[in-house]
Design a protein around this ligand. Sequence first.
Ligand code: SF4
Ligand code: SF4
Length: 227
Amino acid sequence: MATVPEIDHAFLSALASQENIEMFSVADLRADTVDYHRLPAASLEPLHLAIVIGKRVSPTVLDTLEDGPNLIYYHHYRQVNFLLDRVALKIASEIESHGYRALPVAASQLVDWKEQLGHVSHKRLAWLAGLGWRGRNSLLVSEKWGAKVRLASILTNLPLEPAKPLNKDCGSCKRCLDVCPAHAIKDAPADFDRAKCADKLKEFTKTRGIGVSICGLCVKVCCGSAG
Ligand code: SF4
Ligand code: SF4
């Protein structure tokens, strides 16, 4: 008789790795305030952990960006999101098949257009899971790939050992300040001008035939600890 594999951190991270997902970690949602949007509180109550997965964005594709987004980046961005969503579904299905609860949250899905919010901030969960820090560009910056990563999350009650946030920041690096066409990036991450960035992305959606809010310029130059 076939044996059912034990479901634990090693099993799930191997499953993600087989699908070319480079980042996998666990956040304790009780360790910090996490805001949820458009999800019933009662359904979230038992889900005290989040598995956060991250997929590297191709530096080769990013190198094609000059003064804003282009169609090849748009296609790549969508494919990375599809892969993350597919792996999040696979992980959630495995967890549920072992009798636990698991809620995969889409890599890129706005549930509040005005405020540009998803159900939950993957960046916040990734920070809690020790996958990086909040950069001057307001993105999750990982040590190895900088901001060249996209994220998805699976909220769960499967007992897993959570990681802790990193005690790191951008240090003296300010590479993204000069490339931002909206001048939205400031010295302090807290001073990031979200409205200016959003206006520029809106402009790009109208002028470049892309139709979604992407840019990529501050992602392209961000190399994490490599500066
Ligand atoms: S996404 Fe573009 S406009 Fe927004 S902060 Fe980055 S470089 Fe600036
Ligand atoms: S480019 Fe440098 S300053 Fe900007 S977010 Fe990345 S590490 Fe931080």
